[in-house]
Design a protein around this ligand. Sequence first.
Ligand SMILES: Cc1cc2nc3c(=O)[nH]c(=O)nc-3n(C[C@H](O)[C@H](O)[C@H](O)COP(=O)(O)O)c2cc1C
Length: 197
Amino acid sequence: MMEEQALTNIQQLTQVIRERRTTRSYIDRPVTTETVMELLKAASEKIPSDWEDPNARFILVSSQQAKEKVVSKMMEALQEQTLYRLMPKKLNQSFASKILSIPTYLVVVQKTGQDAIKNDRDYAAISAMLHSYSLLAWERGIGLVWNTEAFMQKQVFMNALELEDNERIVCTLFMGYNDRVPKTGKRTAAEKKVTFI
Ligand SMILES: Cc1cc2nc3c(=O)[nH]c(=O)nc-3n(C[C@H](O)[C@H](O)[C@H](O)COP(=O)(O)O)c2cc1C
């Protein structure tokens, strides 16, 4: 009976890994602070216990007021890019509204130090943790975009989030309960990337 149960759990896990997609269309339902904290806690527990502290912290942006502040700074940062500067004002506005309609943002911050190897290891550990987060979220019907666009590295955006000098933004997870789930894109076959020696 226990073996049967274990197999079922593994099958469920495999299914979540296979089915998870980056989603960009969400229903109008908030992702509560409690849910984000539960997912973060569960994902953090997957970092190897003998690992040094990966120096991550998180900024949860979920109130309308906070989202408006973040999106306005994001739009300011995007104006430093020619593409957005040349874009008609209306298009910029509709882009901002689209981002504002996303239920919750989680900004992932990494504290960096002098040791470049430790910084790289921390980045890898944080990424592994975020991957667990995205799978755990998926299991509850929550999808996300792992966003790393250049606006996050602009001073105006980092200042708005009150980052310290030694901190950088790893990514922002834009998330919500899934509405539409896109089909998977084409991938390079693993065989093409392996050297057999
Ligand atoms: C490290 C990393 C950085 C990413 N950065 C961006 C990004 O800046 N903008 C974006 O739209 N998606 C970003 N994505 C999401 C990818 O576009 C997405 O994973 C890809 O479309 C594959 O889709 P899938 O997650 O459904 O397999 C990023 C994903 C990862 C893992």
